[in-house]
Write a protein that binds this ligand. Structure first.
Ligand code: C5P
Length: 226
């Protein structure tokens, strides 16, 4: 690990625009990108494929430590390969998100993924997307951003994303799922979803992506990162 490489962390619940902001940041800065949620989704998927109970902490943690994953960039998108196969579509399902938040509550699983996440920190820099990037994984990051938005706004964005992809979805269950996942992420004993004390909190409920980018561009300048 090159400890000198700068890091910008973007944490917050899903549906706040983290993914879009991180893609823009990584492209603007020309830095590497870590989608830590994908790692937890991969652990959930791997555990399912191995037939493990998702609450069998030692077994799921052992699977996380030996995750046969590589990463590739396809059309500018960060695509994980599990056992050499592209599983991006499977990872983005609501079920995979729920499985991820279950295995993510297991301390041994988080520990097993810690170094793997830190290994992404390489020159010229890293943009890290997740829930505990600024609090646990990269506490010394040069800029920490925490995005929030109302559950209703986040459910509406997710609904639009899925409908645009031609997937039949209902808003009610999406909102319920978001609320359940938030609760699990915020209340878990280890690395709960919370802003770092030195994070800049941006509420994106009423902000468009251009406004968020303008604000972040200004923060990058203030931190001497751009
Ligand atoms: O960001 P994404 O929706 O892909 O994350 C899926 C789940 O993985 C989250 O709901 C959360 O429970 C977990 N996660 C986590 N820590 C991270 C990233 C994701 O606990 N750094």
């Amino acid at each position: 690990m090159s400890s000198a490489a700068p890091v910008v962390t973007v944490d917050g619940p899903s549906g706040t625009g983290k993914g879009t902001l991180c893609a823009w940041l990584a492209a603007t800065l020309g830095w590497h990108f870590l989608d830590s949620g994908a790692l937890y989704r991969l652990v959930g998927l791997r555990a399912r494929r191995l037939g493990l109970a998702l609450d069998d902490e030692p077994a799921v943690a052992a699977a996380a430590a030996r995750l046969p994953v590589t990463f590739t960039i396809l059309n500018g998108e960060f695509r994980p390969l599990l056992d050499g196969a592209d599983v991006a579509a499977e990872l983005r399902t609501e079920a995979a998100g729920t499985d991820a938040s279950i295995v993510a509550a297991l301390p041994a699983v988080r520990q097993a993924l810690l170094q793997r996440q830190r290994d992404f920190r390489q020159a010229p820099g890293l943009v890290a997307d997740g829930r505990d990037m600024g609090t646990v994984v990269f506490p010394d990051a040069g800029l920490k951003i925490f995005l929030t938005a109302s559950p209703e706004a986040r459910a509406a964005r997710r609904y639009k994303q899925l409908s645009d992809k031609g997937m039949g979805v209902n808003l009610g269950p999406l909102l319920e799922d978001i609320r359940r996942r938030d609760q699990r992420d915020q209340q878990r004993a280890i690395a709960p979803l919370a802003p770092a004390p030195d994070a800049i909190i941006l509420d994106t409920t009423e902000l468009g992506i251009t406004e968020v980018e303008d604000r972040v561009r200004q923060l990058l300048r203030e931190q001497g990162l751009a």
